[in-house]
Design a protein around this ligand. Structure first.
Ligand SMILES: Cc1ncc(C[n+]2csc(CCOP(=O)(O)OP(=O)(O)O)c2C)c(N)n1
Ligand SMILES: [Mg+2]
Length: 319
């Protein structure tokens, strides 16, 4: 892919650091009772959202899941809007009525995230078919998990996109588990990306802990899609550090397994890469301080924000 500037490298670092810091903070806020509902956290998977979204423009659309915070931040959502949404507050991105699984900011291309596993795959395909009909130079990205790859919509959505050469990129974040079920109990093949062959499209496996590798594969897929050659299925091998949702202590996996993945942490690894490239540690430290301040500001904003007005209970309800 084309060369990457130092500013772009630092932006990848900033985005990954923001997701990590924000998610860690949300965990504490949840324990303090400030977050409404549950939390599905993204720590460990940052390189996937950031690598992919760094290859998109603002007008490209992403379709996320029950684990959308990292995707939203990577696509440019306001931290204040996310924080307030998770706390059920009025200035939240969905008016405080959607909660953690329903993040959206259409103006930056973050379509409403969908908690029904696999559901966004045909929806992203539909969006891309819409771009084609309107002759728009845009791509749609569907993020989904390894569990979603065994849902019928995976087959229907990808097959339709392939047949129509729709400008959509399918990103399977294989974090090894669907809730407590290890992938080996649900999927007989080694690589989900191999299924791409059934649809006649490219399938690529990437190291989901390496932001530059994800970015490079995504760049190629986006170029292909923009030039009318249709979809690509990218499988990013990754890991979630936290339990599936906040009530899950993750007893179904070993400490050793977790430690092995943490040793390949996407942010630590990338920091080492940047230092080796000659970028000064102070620059990275100062980015982390800025990130900390930005997260703090968003959290304070959300804590102090008003709750939705009870008279709005039935607005945005369609029946
Ligand atoms: C159709 C459907 N079935 C079951 C669920 C309950 N559920 C929520 S998340 C999840 C696991 C999803 O695993 P995966 O697709 O690998 O995503 P991950 O949680 O690992 O990000 C399940 C079974 C659901 N939300 N939707
Ligand atoms: Mg999974």
């Amino acid at each position: 892919m084309n060369a990457i500037s130092q500013d772009q490298l630092l932006e990848l670092y900033r985005k990954m650091a923001t997701i990590r810091r924000f998610e860690d903070r949300l965990y504490n806020l949840f324990l303090q009772g400030a977050v409404q509902g549950t939390l599905h956290q993204y720590q460990g998977q940052e390189a996937v959202a950031v690598g992919v979204c760094s290859t998109l423009t603002k007008s490209d659309l992403i379709f996320s899941t029950h684990r959308p915070v990292g995707h939203g931040i990577a696509k440019g959502m306001s931290l204040k809007g996310i924080a307030a949404e998770l706390m059920g507050k009025k200035p939240g991105c969905a008016g405080g009525k959607g909660g953690q699984m329903h993040l959206t900011e259409v103006s930056v291309g973050m379509m409403p995230s969908n908690a029904i596993v696999g559901a966004n795959i045909p929806i992203a395909t539909g969006a891309a078919l819409g771009f084609k009909l309107r002759d728009e130079d845009r791509v749609a990205v569907s993020f989904f998990g390894d569990g979603a790859a065994n849902i019928g919509t995976f087959h229907e959505g990808i097959n339709m996109a392939a047949v129509k050469d729709a400008s959509v990129i399918f990103i399977c974040e294989n974090n090894q588990y669907a809730a407590s079920t290890h992938i080996s109990l649900a999927t007989k093949i080694e690589n989900i990306a191999d299924r791409a062959a059934c649809y006649g499209i490219p399938g690529v496996v990437v190291d989901g802990m390496d932001v530059l590798e994800v970015r490079s594969a995504s760049h190629e897929a986006v170029e292909r899609a923009r030039n009318g050659f249709g979809p690509t299925l990218i499988e990013a091998k990754t890991y979630r550090y936290m339990g599936h949702s906040r009530g899950d202590p993750g007893k179904y996996r070993s400490e050793d397994e977790l430690a092995g993945w943490r040793a390949r942490d996407p942010i630590t690894q990338f920091r080492e890469h940047l230092l080796a490239e000659g970028i000064k540690g102070q620059i990275l430290d100062s980015i982390e301080q800025q990130v900390e301040a930005e997260v703090q500001e968003a959290v304070e904003f959300a804590l102090q924000a008003p709750e939705p007005d009870p008279t709005e209970t039935y607005t945005h309800v369609y029946a």
